[in-house]
Design a protein around this ligand. Sequence first.
Ligand SMILES: *[C@@H]1O[C@H](CO)[C@@H](O)[C@H](O)[C@H]1NC(C)=O
Ligand SMILES: *[C@@H]1O[C@H](CO)[C@@H](O)[C@H](O)[C@H]1NC(C)=O
Ligand SMILES: *[C@@H]1O[C@H](CO)[C@@H](O)[C@H](O)[C@H]1NC(C)=O
Ligand SMILES: *[C@@H]1O[C@H](CO)[C@@H](O)[C@H](O)[C@H]1NC(C)=O
Ligand SMILES: *[C@@H]1O[C@H](CO)[C@@H](O)[C@H](O)[C@H]1NC(C)=O
Length: 413
Amino acid sequence: MQWKRRHCCSYTASLFYLLSFLGVLLFLVQPRLTGMPWSRHHPVVYKGGELGTSKAKLNISTKTSGWRLVISPQSTVANISTHEKEGAPSPHGEPNVENTLSVSEEGEHRGNITPGPYTYFINEPDKCTESRSSPFLVLLITTEARQVEARNAIRQTWANESVAPTLGLIRLFLLGRNNGELGLLQQKTLEAESHRYHDIIQQDFRDTYNNLTIKTLMGLNWVAIYCPQASYVMKTDSDMFVNTEYLIYKLLRPEMKPKTNFFTGNNMRNFSPNRNKNSKWYMPPELYPGERYPTFCSGTGYVFSGDLATNIYRKSLSIPRLHLEDVYVGICLAKLGIEPAPPSNAFLFNHWRVSYSSCKYSHLITSHGFHPNEILKYWNHLQSTKNNACFNRSRGRTGRIHRNKHNKENEAH
Ligand SMILES: *[C@@H]1O[C@H](CO)[C@@H](O)[C@H](O)[C@H]1NC(C)=O
Ligand SMILES: *[C@@H]1O[C@H](CO)[C@@H](O)[C@H](O)[C@H]1NC(C)=O
Ligand SMILES: *[C@@H]1O[C@H](CO)[C@@H](O)[C@H](O)[C@H]1NC(C)=O
Ligand SMILES: *[C@@H]1O[C@H](CO)[C@@H](O)[C@H](O)[C@H]1NC(C)=O
Ligand SMILES: *[C@@H]1O[C@H](CO)[C@@H](O)[C@H](O)[C@H]1NC(C)=O
């Protein structure tokens, strides 16, 4: 789920300016509010039963202001291959016969994946094959037509191909369509944008929050059909800060053999379906009767090996759609017998906003809830402090990090 509002109001210029102004205000005030205003978007809303092991994590996460630099060995992530055996899905997937619900309807024939029930309005079928070798990372970024500024900021920053020039980085914005006059107008702009950057894919479904699952499946469908040889895929949002360099060079490690059946992100373990009808994350018992969701990764940013795009998409054809995109992907994974790998430390994938410092941001992968201007500002600052991101913040800071680490260890005992 995206912990943010997707509703929009009327798009008058004045509103836009008002919002920009508020954004600036918020930004100015932000340091003092750190760790508070964003907690409203926190998945505590999921609570519907005791949270078991995730309790500790939640408590840590609400203390974002007390972010601590704890870097543990990468081995947990490297070791996911042990999970492969559990579910033993055949990598190239025999067509799944046990569950034929909606299979033919979706045009699934003997293992060939077709564009699916919604046709592509805008597509980039050759984007992947154009690159010299198979791309290392495909970034699938959900966005809406009106978020032009965010797309431009992302193009210049964390999803700029020059982040990994030799490896092959593909950036794709995922969109549905909007109705009405405004929709037509936006479509024109979008097509021009697509013509210029060739980084947009769009299918014929209504672009609403509750269709986010369809949007994500479009991204998986694209990888499955046009780029199955990609080593890794990340699905994220347009209000995210993503440290793609850290993701690529520290987590995914291009020098290693690409993993398979690998899925990681901010793991949501033992969450119960929200049964409060007024909640944005309400899950009707008819749709999901179970008391717990399988482990899923927050939709604000998850990363998986390229083979899973095909496997998850294929599996989705036999699982009725749920509107909660990240829960739904988690269910597909569970059916595939794949357990998301816990990240090597709890601060890599943040679905809340981590207050900016070059030191923190040089050691995380996602942080959530940014205005496009902030993305530009923080990214550029991070680039400029590349070789001394933590050192620069002087002895005081370094000392604090150490002390905090000790505190944490003491607490744990
Ligand atoms: C967080 O920890 C406090 C005590 O430190 C506890 O009272 C509270 O229930 C915890 N919150 C969650 C969500 O686990
Ligand atoms: C992976 O796990 C196995 C046992 O489950 C262990 O023997 C091996 O050392 C681990 N490898 C890494 C890289 O942690
Ligand atoms: C990506 O970065 C390069 C080098 O910094 C820059 O020249 C280029 O304009 C950027 N691309 C976009 C789309 O902004
Ligand atoms: C999702 O898109 C489909 C196809 O355009 C549309 O029929 C449906 O109403 C949309 N659902 C929601 C919840 O917006
Ligand atoms: C970082 O350190 C360099 C050299 O020590 C210094 O010139 C620069 O002003 C520092 N930047 C910040 C933001 O502290």
